[in-house]
Design a protein around this ligand. Structure first.
Ligand code: PLP
Length: 385
C-alpha cells in the first residue's frame, strides 16, 4: 500500500467531536461517523496552498468546483449532472433540512426506512413534518424493503417526500437498481418526491455498485433531489460542504429559497479547495482506503465468529459503520452502550438512536487503524455469554 492507514494519529485534544466529547481520557471512540485517518495528500496540499495565500475573505464558488463534482459523478457513478442543477451548502444535514422546508408545509408527512440515520428524524421534526416509517426487514443478517408497506404508506395524500438513504446508514445496504426502480415507481404513482441522501456512495465495496437514484430515468431525475458530498469519502466532515442536485427548475428554485431562509447558502474558501482536490486527485487514495476498511470489516467478522458468535454481524456492502444484532443479550441497546462506555470505556452507538427498529442492535465505526480496532474488539469481549 502506498498510503499508511495503520498510522495512529493523535486526535485527542484536537477539538475532535468524536475523541474530545468523552469525560474520560481512556475512552476509545467508535461512534460518530468520521475516520481516524489523515485525508488524501492531494487535499492537504491544496489546503496548504490556500492557507499560504493568507487572505480568507468571502468566497465565490468557481467553475472548477462544479467541474470536479460533475467529472467525479460521471467517471465514478455514471451520473451526468448539469452545472445548473447544483446548489452548494454547508453539509448534507443542512441540505436535507432545507429541502424538506422547501417541499412541504407543516403537518405534511415524510417517509423514511428505519432503522436510519438519526438526523433524518430531527430534520423532519424541525420542519414541523411527521415521520412515517417504512420499516426495513431484517432476515439472515441483511435487510430488505417491505414494498407492500411502502406502497400503502406512500398512498397517504399527506406523504409528500421520501428520504432515501442510499447506500444505507446504519444497515450497510447498497440498494440494487431493481429495488430503486420499485421505490421510484411507487413514489411517482403517489406524487411523492424522492430525496436521496447519497453521502456514502463512494464507500461501496467490491461486488456492489452504487446506482444514483436520479440516474435511472428522466422521470426519476425530475422527481428527485440528490444530496452528495466528499466529506465521508475523504474524511472532511469538519470542512462542511455538500451539494444538492435538483434537475427540476421549480423544485430547485424552492430549495434555493429555503437555503437562503436557513442562511446555509455559503461555503468557505477551504471547502472549495478540499472538494476540488479530493474529486480531481483523490481516486487512488480512495481505492486503498476501501481495501483497508473492508479488511477491518473482515477482521471484525472473524473476531465475532470466534468470540461472540451469539451476536450476528450484518453484511456490510457499503460504509464503515457495522450494525450488530445484540438481541440475544436480552438488554436494551441503551443498556448495552452504557455498560460498554462505563465499564469498558468503549463508545459505540446504540441502535435505538436510529428508530425503534434499531432496538437491540449497536453500531460500530471501524474507520480506524487496525490496532485501535483490535483494542475496541477486545473491550467488547465483555459481551461474551
Ligand atoms: C446518511 C447520512 N447523511 C448525512 C450525514 C451527515 O452529513 P453532513 O456532515 O454533511 O451534515 C451522515 C453522517 O453520518 C449520514 O450518515
Amino acid at each position: 500500500m502506498k498510503y499508511n492507514f495503520d498510522e495512529i494519529i493523535q486526535r485527542r485534544n484536537s477539538n475532535s467531536y468524536k475523541w474530545d466529547s468523552a469525560k474520560d481520557n481512556d475512552v476509545l471512540p467508535m461512534w460518530v461517523a468520521d475516520m481516524d485517518f489523515r485525508t488524501a495528500p492531494a487535499v492537504i496540499d491544496a489546503l496548504h496552498r490556500r492557507v499560504e495565500h493568507g487572505v480568507f475573505g468571502y468566497t465565490k464558488v468557481p467553475v472548477y468546483y462544479y467541474q470536479a463534482t460533475i467529472d467525479w459523478f460521471n467517471r465514478r457513478h455514471n451520473f451526468t449532472i448539469n452545472k445548473e442543477w447544483i446548489l452548494f451548502t454547508s453539509g448534507v444535514v443542512p441540505a436535507l433540512s432545507s429541502v424538506i422546508k422547501a417541499l412541504t408545509v407543516p403537518g405534511d408527512k415524510v417517509l423514511v426506512q428505519t432503522p436510519v440515520y438519526n438526523c433524518f428524524f430531527s430534520s423532519i421534526r424541525n420542519d414541523e413534518c411527521e415521520m412515517v416509517a417504512n420499516k426495513l426487514v431484517y432476515k439472515e443478517g441483511t435487510y430488505s424493503i417491505d414494498f407492500d408497506d411502502l406502497e400503502r404508506k406512500a398512498a397517504d395524500p399527506r406523504v409528500k417526500l421520501m428520504l432515501l438513504c442510499s447506500p444505507h446508514n446504519p444497515v450497510g445496504r447498497v440498494w440494487k437498481r431493481g429495488e430503486l426502480e420499485r421505490i421510484g415507481k411507487i413514489c411517482l404513482q403517489n406524487n411523492v418526491i424522492v430525496i436521496s441522501d447519497e453521502i456514502h456512495c463512494d464507500l461501496v465495496y467490491e461486488g456492489y455498485a452504487h446506482v444514483p437514484f436520479a440516474s435511472i430515468s428522466e422521470q426519476f431525475l425530475q422527481n428527485s433531489v440528490t444530496c452528495i458530498a466528499p466529506t465521508k469519502t475523504f474524511n472532511l466532515a469538519g470542512i462542511q460542504v455538500a451539494n444538492i442536485i435538483a434537475a427540476d427548475e421549480e423544485i430547485r428554485r424552492k430549495i434555493d429559497k429555503a437555503l437562503n431562509v436557513n442562511e446555509v447558502c455559503e461555503i468557505n474558501c477551504f471547502a472549495v479547495e478540499a472538494l476540488t482536490a479530493a474529486y480531481n486527485e483523490g481516486e487512488e487514495w480512495l481505492e486503498e482506503l476501501k481495501t483497508y476498511l473492508y479488511s477491518n470489516y473482515e477482521y471484525l467478522k472473524d473476531f465475532f465468529t470466534k468470540n461472540l458468535p451469539h451476536l450476528p454481524v450484518t453484511k456490510l456492502e457499503a460504509t464503515y459503520l457495522v450494525w450488530i444484532d445484540c438481541r440475544s443479550l436480552k438488554q436494551t441497546s441503551k443498556e448495552i452502550s452504557e455498560m460498554l462506555l462505563n465499564k469498558e470505556k468503549l463508545w459505540i452507538n446504540e441502535g435505538m438512536m436510529y428508530g425503534a427498529a434499531g432496538e437491540g442492535f449497536i453500531r460500530i465505526n471501524i474507520a480506524c487503524p487496525r490496532s485501535l480496532l483490535v483494542e475496541g474488539l477486545n473491550r467488547l469481549k465483555v459481551l461474551k455469554q
